[in-house]
Design a binder for this molecule. Structure first.
Ligand SMILES: Cc1cc2nc3c(=O)[nH]c(=O)nc-3n(C[C@H](O)[C@H](O)[C@H](O)COP(=O)(O)O)c2cc1C
Length: 323
């Protein structure tokens, strides 16, 4: 059976998984703005999902609007756990499973998860092979250029391809680099020459023109941080790929409407208290582009209720009506 990764229109556009940011409400809105975007959940513990931990089930959950295509990203380290977690994902009706081989966080790496799995890719490949055989969902991998350096990353990716993965996304930095320096896309282009499966580049795409220029020989581009400030970047990138005029970011009033809807969906998804706390960091990104950003930011990072948010948004709108 062919996986969705090989059926979707090229170039592929993927919303990068971002812990604490890319929960269902944000993903839904991104999908609405550019329906060709492939969505991935934030990293979820395979062990916790296997045990049907309530928080993990909620993190993996999705709205029907997110389908076609939505993958759940798992982190773990042993095959039985991955296999059982994959069954939970299948039962939930998601479209794919993505394996986190890229997380550099000391907590995740220290316990042998995330990018620690790049240290012994032959062993990891065996684990992937068993997982792939156990599920009818396509399994993809998101990895970095390597753990300490990029010496083995082509061999690692080849091992994972032989194990049966359906696509691979590469963040062009090593684990050691974390987020420093620039993502090295030349290594990703080189990798593409060795693999048959779709290769998706990731790292530092901050505009549609950058997405288009960085694409080169790759099958697609994954965008993370820039989408927090500009969720319209996917529609803009699709236009750039197709040689159409790049639609401008909408005026401030429409941007505020996006964040109002985000807030309402987040309140429905969990609770008002949680939604406001979680959304503060989204607002901090958005507000950078408005007049009197510093003052509004100060208030938005403390916002506690939707009613308060409406008051601040009305003031932002009044101060930025010409933008
Ligand atoms: C706040 C934050 C949370 C992240 N969480 C995850 C995650 O859960 N899983 C993952 O594979 N990568 C995660 N990443 C890495 C991103 O998916 C992406 O690889 C990285 O941000 C580089 O892409 P960008 O320059 O487009 O942001 C996270 C990044 C950030 C900034």
């Amino acid at each position: 059976m062919q996986s969705f990764w090989s059926q979707v229109d090229r170039p592929l556009l993927v919303l990068a998984p971002m812990s604490g940011y890319t929960e269902s409400p944000f993903r839904r809105l991104v999908k609405e703005l550019e329906p060709s975007t492939i969505l991935v959940s934030e990293l979820i513990s395979a062990e916790a999902l296997r045990r049907k931990n309530e928080k993990s089930l909620r993190l993996a959950s999705f709205h029907p609007d997110e389908k076609n295509y939505y993958a759940v990203q798992l982190f773990g380290k042993d095959e039985e756990t991955f296999i059982e977690a994959a069954k939970v994902v299948e039962d939930m009706g998601a479209d794919g499973i993505d394996l986190n081989f890229g997380c550099p966080s000391p907590k995740v790496v220290g316990s042998g998860h995330g990018s620690a799995l790049l240290k012994d890719s032959a062993r990891s490949a065996k684990m992937i092979e068993k997982l792939v055989k156990s599920t009818h969902l396509p399994v993809s991998v998101k990895m970095r250029l390597g753990f300490y350096d990029d010496e083995n990353f082509i061999q690692s990716a080849l091992d994972f391809e032989s194990a049966g993965i359906a696509s691979i996304a590469i963040h062009g930095r090593t684990t050691k680099q974390k987020y420093t320096g620039n993502a090295d896309w030349t290594k990703i282009y080189e990798l593409k020459n060795h693999l048959k499966i779709p290769v998706i580049g990731n790292g530092d795409v901050t505009s549609a023109m950058i997405a288009k220029n960085k694409l080169q020989n790759l099958d697609g581009v994954m965008i993370g941080r820039a989408s927090m400030r500009n969720p319209w970047i996917f529609a803009q990138s699709r236009a750039a790929f197709e040689g159409r005029e790049i639609p401008k970011k909408p005026p401030i009033a429409a941007q505020l409407e996006f964040f109002r809807r985000h807030a309402k969906m987040a309140i429905d998804f969990k609770s008002e208290e949680w939604a406001m706390i979680e959304l503060r960091k989204h607002f901090a990104h958005f507000v950078r582009g408005v007049r009197y950003a510093a003052q509004f930011r100060e208030r938005l990072i403390r916002v506690a209720t939707y009613a308060e948010l409406e008051i601040i948004f009305a003031e932002i709108e009044a101060q930025n009506s010409d933008r």
